[in-house]
Structures are given as C-alpha cells and as structure tokens.
Design a protein around this ligand. Structure first.
Ligand SMILES: Cc1cc2nc3c(=O)[nH]c(=O)nc-3n(C[C@H](O)[C@H](O)[C@H](O)COP(=O)(O)OP(=O)(O)OC[C@H]3O[C@@H](n4cnc5c(N)ncnc54)[C@H](O)[C@@H]3O)c2cc1C
Length: 521
C-alpha cells in the first residue's frame, strides 16, 4: 500500500486512557502516533466528567477503597484489579496529574496546603478530588496540551480508525504458515480528504472510549458509538460484561442531546416530580426522591413509559436562587443556555446511558486476547467495575491502566521482539455517496430499539424483539457499507449496530438481574 506509515506504538483515542498510554510510552523512548477522530478534546467522555477522580482519603489504607469497589460491583468485581487501582492510583494521581502536569484541583477549605476531598454515593469516606464541577475538562485540557507538545508523540486529529489490521485478514503476502492472531496497526480515514491510509505499528493501544450513543438518551458525546468494541471484536478479541450498562437517573433533556445533572441536586433537596408537580418516587422506594441511583433510574423510566410523557422533572426551586447559582455553576449555566432557569422552574430530565462497565477483556497491563493489541479506559474491561461501577473510579482506571499499557507496550518494543511490517491490501474505494437519510433513520432504529428493549428494564420478550429488529438492520447496514463511499458517519453506523448486537446478545444470555443488568423475568 502506498499510503502507509509506520510507528512504534499506535494509540487510538485522546481521552484520559489514550493520553496516559501515549505519555508513558513516549517517556520510555518510543515513537508514538496518537489518533483521534475529534477535532478538539470535547468529543470525549473524559472532557464531560464532572464529579472528580479518586485520590486518597485522610489516613486511608488502600484496602478501604478495595472494599467499596467490591461492594459496588455486586460480587463481580475483580479483587486483583481493585487492589491494583487502590495501590497504584493515588501515586499516579500525585506523580502525573498533580506534580508533572499541574492540573488545577480545588484546594481544601479546612486544611491549608491540601486538596478538597469529596464523597460520592457508595464511598465510605471522602477521597475524591475535583475542579469545581468540571474535573474532566480540567484534566483533559492540561494533559492534551502536554501530549501535543511532546517531541516523540505525533497527534493526528480528524482521523477515524476504521479497522484494526491483522495479518490473517489484511496481509497481501501469500503464506502457508499458521499465523497467530496479532494486530499490526489500523486502517484510518482522513476526514479532511476522505482517503484511507494505514498506520503499521509494533503495538496498538485502543482507547476509543464508551458506547452510550447506541441508546436514545445518553450523557456521552455522539462519538461514543462503540467503535473500539466493534473493531476489536472484528479483529477477534474477546469482549465481556457488555450487558452491564450504567444508567444515570437524571440527565437534562434538550434538543441537542442530554447533559448530566449531578446526583448532588437530588442530594441537596431536589424533588423528582411528574408534569403536574407530584412526587412519585415513594411508590418505588421509601427514600422517595433520594432513592439509590439504579432504583431512581428505573422508577423514572417506568413512570415515563406509563404516562407516555417524554421526561419527568427535577424541582429544586424551593432553595434560594443565590445558593443554587453558587453551588451548581456548571449545571446552572448549561440550563440557562437551553432556556431553563433552575432557580424558578423544574428541570426536564430523563434517565440516560452513562457508562459501560464491560468491554474488551484485558489483563493488568491492558493486554487483550489478540497479540500486540492492548485496550484501556472505558473501551476495556479490566474486571474492576464488575456488574456496577463505583462513582469516580473510571478516570483513575484510565490513568492506571493507560500508564501500565503504555509502559508494557514500550518495554516490548524496546526488547525488539521479532516483528516485521507486513504488506497490507490497498483500500477499495466505492463511489456511491451514502444517503444521510438512511444513516439517520438507521441510528434512530438502533437507539430507540436499544432504549426500549435493551435499556433499564429487560425481559426475554423485549430482547427477542430487539434481536429480530437489529439482526435485520445489521444485514441492511452491511450491504450499505459495502457499496458506499467511506465516511466517518458510515463507519460509526457499522460500529454502532455491531456494538448494539453485542450488548444485546450478552443481555440475552445473562438470565439473572445483577448490578446494572435488570430483568423483570
Ligand atoms: C457526563 C459524564 C460524567 C462523568 N463523570 C465522571 C467522574 O466524575 N469521575 C469519573 O471517574 N468518571 C466520570 N465519567 C466517566 C469517565 O469520564 C469516562 O469513563 C472516561 O473519561 C473514559 O475515558 P477514555 O479515555 O476511555 O475515553 P474518552 O474520554 O471517551 O475518549 C475516547 C477518545 O477516542 C476517540 N475515538 C473514538 N472512536 C474513535 C475512532 N474510531 N478513531 C479514532 N478516535 C476515536 C474519541 O474522539 C476520544 O478522543 C463521566 C462520564 C460522563 C459521560
């Protein structure tokens, strides 16, 4: 292939997982190429993270965090992964985020020279550091700038990874020798000219984030469409626990997508009410509007289904306006932008797909079941979250596993293990432009089907119906993809339908309700 480049390590994705991996690998002397489909850091879950990142409670021992993670994970979290995170995490936060990158975090109002520690649901003590209600933004912005400036890291933006390259699928060299499954890079779409080029790499690290966009309502950006899961699955990697999708109970319903309304709004007196202003949560849980996250999400969903209303409301207008503006500056500003003044009127909210606890199965260095392919961050399943994630563990997981994967990949490159760059096939261009009406209707079918049949409340009947609809659509999309001019949107659609089917199949097989997988049968 003419249009082909080579690198030591290819990192796909520029959220915290990808940045941490690229940073460590470059510091160990490797040439790194970091690819991102975004033109700016906003197209990532990292950028949207509000609450904070786990650091260390005052006088805390790692075992205390391990206990909280295992308890949230509903019996499925890996104790080894939890121990790794709890032992290595705080050190890396200090070394990389605080000292090296000097990410701003809010100082403690009580203890001079220390950082403010907050506590979220499921945590036994305050141990989370934050920057107002914009922690992810603060980390992503500081880290991305430093990564872009690193002489050993080449950042390619507006570039979408299409497929992972495996010699067994893509090599043009004839061989009668058995080749074990391995990854040698990726086909990449340059969004600026619509051309495909290949990046051949000795190690590839997938850090492409989550999959919330396969559901109708999500707190994730539109780019969270499961690209990494789909690419890894097609390359032969094992994916696990995909039925465990965490839904957040309250996301602002707005025409341009959902925005997370932090649980602290309920915690500080916000009442969940219907269109007529009546509280209804007591029917579902004695704590009423303060019901735990998963109960609250299901109760809101059920109420919307029964009433036929598109949303419910979160009413905190009984609190003084000044106090609300001071306590929730980010949420207040976003609501105002969408024409809602939360100090005077209830906020329209829906539950929304928030986090994928499952993903590509990895070990403690991010290795997948495909040789030379690692995965980190939300696209991966380290086993840490089990059937449900403890709040604010995911950013730390990105930092720990990103760093370990970057280090592991760099060590392997430095060892000079036998590796050669194979010849890969040229991309075959099809000329028929994709009809945008088909793409947008297919997305609606995926999102509506996933929301209603594979969402918060699942049953055999719903899952079977979803299976029939999505399998048929999958065939349509496969034919469509074969004939169409390649583009970011057609790549996303192909990945979205596959990711949806993978979630569906795991949900169908998991017969017991556990953590965030809830079946009524
Ligand atoms: C609203 C919200 C609030 C949250 N709050 C918190 C919190 O307070 N604390 C916490 O710990 N966690 C929080 N989380 C979860 C956490 O933010 C994410 O799990 C984490 O940031 C994921 O990071 P990542 O690097 O895996 O992926 P992301 O940050 O999503 O980055 C993925 C990257 O991959 C790129 N990409 C995707 N597909 C392709 C492709 N085909 N080719 C090239 N590039 C591609 C994207 O452009 C992006 O750059 C929150 C999540 C959301 C949505």
């Amino acid at each position: 292939m003419n249009n082909s480049t080579q690198t030591d390590i290819l990192v796909i994705g520029s959220g915290l997982g990808g940045l941490a991996a690229a940073w460590r690998a470059a510091k160990q002397g490797c040439e790194v190429t970091l690819l991102t489909r975004a033109s700016n850091p906003e197209d990532s879950n990292t950028y949207r993270a509000q609450g904070g990142i786990i650091y260390r409670g005052r006088g805390e021992r790692p075992e205390e965090l391990v206990a909280d993670i295992l308890s949230a994970g509903a019996g499925l979290s890996s104790p080894e992964a939890a121990a790794l995170l709890s032992h290595e995490g705080p050190r890396l936060v200090k070394e990389i985020l605080i000292d090296e990158l000097q990410v701003p975090f809010d100082p403690s109002p009580k203890f001079p020279g220390e950082l403010d520690l907050t506590k979220e649901a499921g945590h036994s003590i305050p141990r989370i550091i934050h920057f107002k209600d914009r922690t992810g933004y603060s980390i992503e912005r500081a880290f991305f700038e430093r990564v872009k400036a690193h002489p050993k890291i080449k950042v390619i933006a507006n570039a979408t990874a299409v497929d992972l390259l495996t010699p067994s699928h893509h090599s043009t060299e004839p061989t009668d020798v058995y080749r074990p499954l391995s990854c040698v890079g990726a086909y990449v779409l340059d969004q600026t000219d619509g051309k495909i080029f290949s990046i051949l790499a000795k190690e590839t690290i997938l850090a492409s984030g989550g999959l919330g966009s396969v559901f109708l309502h999500t707190t994730n950006p539109p780019g969270a469409r499961g690209d990494g899961i789909a690419m890894a699955y097609r390359a032969g990697a094992r994916c696990i626990n995909l039925q465990y999708i965490q839904f957040h109970p309250t996301a602002l319903l707005a025409p341009d997508g959902c925005f997370l309304i932090s649980e602290t709004v309920r915690g500080e007196g916000g009442r969940v009410v219907d269109r007529h202003g009546n509280e209804f949560m007591q029917k579902f849980h004695p704590a009423g509007s303060l019901a735990p996250r998963d109960v609250a999400a299901r109760a809101i969903y059920q109420t919307m289904l029964e009433s036929g209303e598109p949303c419910v409301y979160l009413d905190i207008t009984h609190k003084p306006a000044d106090q609300l503006r001071e306590r929730f500056p980010g949420i207040y500003a976003v609501c105002i932008e969408r024409g809602i003044d939360m100090t005077r009127e209830p906020i329209p909210v829906v539950p929304a797909a928030h986090y994928s606890c499952g993903g590509i199965a990895t070990d403690d260095a991010g290795r997948t079941t495909v040789d030379r392919l690692r995965a980190v961050g939300e696209v991966a399943c380290t086993g840490l979250h089990g059937a449900n994630r403890l709040a604010s563990t995911s950013l730390l997981e990105c930092l720990v596993w990103g760093t370990r994967a970057g280090a592991g990949a760099a060590e392997r490159v430095a060892r000079g293990d036998r590796f050669y760059f194979p010849q890969v096939a040229d991309w075959r261009y099809e000329n028929e432009p994709a009809d945008p009406a088909l793409i947008s209707q297919d997305w609606l079918t995926i999102q509506q089907t996933m929301w209603n049949y594979v969402g918060l409340i699942r049953s055999e009947k719903r899952l079977n119906r979803a299976m029939r609809v999505l399998r048929e659509l999958d065939l349509e999309i496969a034919r469509f993809y074969e004939k169409c001019e390649i583009s970011d949107s057609i790549i996303g659609l192909r990945n979205g339908i596959l990711t949806a089917l993978l979630i569906l199949e795991e949900a169908d097989q998991a017969r017991e309700s556990r953590g965030c997988h809830y079946r009524i049968d």
